[in-house]
Design a protein around this ligand. Sequence first.
Ligand code: UD1
Ligand code: UDP
Length: 384
Amino acid sequence: MVEYSVSFVLGTRPEIIKTAPVVLECARRGVQAEIIHTGQHYSERLDEVFFEQLGLPPSSCNLQVGSKPHGEQTGEMLRKVEQRLLETEPEVVFVQGDTNSTLAGGLAGSKLDTEVAHIEAGLRSFDREMPEETNRILVDHLADYLFTPTESAAAELRRENIPESRITVTGNTVVDAIERYGKVAVIESDVLDRLDLESGEFCLLTAHRSENVDDRKRFQSLLGGVDRYARRIDVDIIYPVHPRARKQIEVFGITVPETIRLVEPLDFFDFLCLENEARLVFTDSGGVQEETCILGTPCVTLRYNTERPETVHVGANCIAGVSPSEIVLAGEQMDGKRGNWEMPFGDGRASERILDTLALEDASASEVEGRHRRGQLVSSEKQY
Ligand code: UD1
Ligand code: UDP
């Protein structure tokens, strides 16, 4: 039986992207790591394409849970992740973010009394209607190691009485990902040519959140607002459509305005290029709010709250909601504000800090065996 020192439980596009730098840092340090893929995302454009492009080893364990109602999906993941952890006995189970896969991985580790490490801890939208809010709160309260992207996320955990000894401010691993892949993306991506776009002369849109796209009126309102702004400034909008949104466009029979060009979900390099070259980005994605802030592109968020308030505080993001008039106002407010802000998500060394905290460096067989006993991992409270 192969013994893994750490297991990464992941299942969706953003988890693959933001976990990749930590997995690769494990490889650099000789730490044994396994990726346990829940199979929450399975379409090639949401899954495999990222493993290949980011240079991740293919997952040796895909639980193939797929799309299901939340309870059934999370329950099946929990059962299957537990089974795998019993076989491999890792020292630490890593989860990232706030998806159902994150919750299942965290719960499975916790039930087995295995150390649980939560990457991107401490985010709160204060909106319990979002399934992600429940997931992140539960995982934060069961995790042994909480790696926060910012000081304010750490402050939130302290407010919730999570012991200081569990909290480490590391920065967001997406900064590590952009540092690692950003330059290559510019060289390798031909997305501007392929889509016949000029830098700064188009806007980018992503919308996939259930509260937006599963509600017909809300989805139409959001598309109508973005269309109105596009016509006002006479640019096209590129919308790489998440399969959930694609399905809902068909179910509702929505006629998408002509200014909005629907394209398939893009790979990470193409998407980074579009985020970088867009005049403005409209989104309901958490990750896209961060990446636009990092890349210096102004962002309008099509939601009524955000768990990334730092992007708003530094002036990179405006929370517009989904009413057309508010979207147009926010577009006008953000247009032209390129990169004039302080970047709040760290220095691109989050993965190093995460592994330093766990003291998993250069794990030789005997060291691994020695540390297998719970409680012997070293915790530090490095801050920057
Ligand atoms: C999930 C996460 C969300 C995250 C998003 C990232 C939860 C509760 N939600 O939402 O937080 O922002 O991933 O993209 O964990 N589908 C496919 N192919 C796939 C996956 C999904 O066609 O590979 C379709 C199916 O019709 C499915 C629907 O998309 O029913 C929704 O998928 P699901 O994984 O349930 O939620 P996401 O909307 O992707
Ligand atoms: N992304 C991508 N291709 C796309 C759309 C998004 O590679 O067509 C990437 C984007 O760069 C970011 C992540 O997917 O890193 C965001 O994922 P998503 O919006 O699905 O989830 P969220 O961040 O809202 O949980």
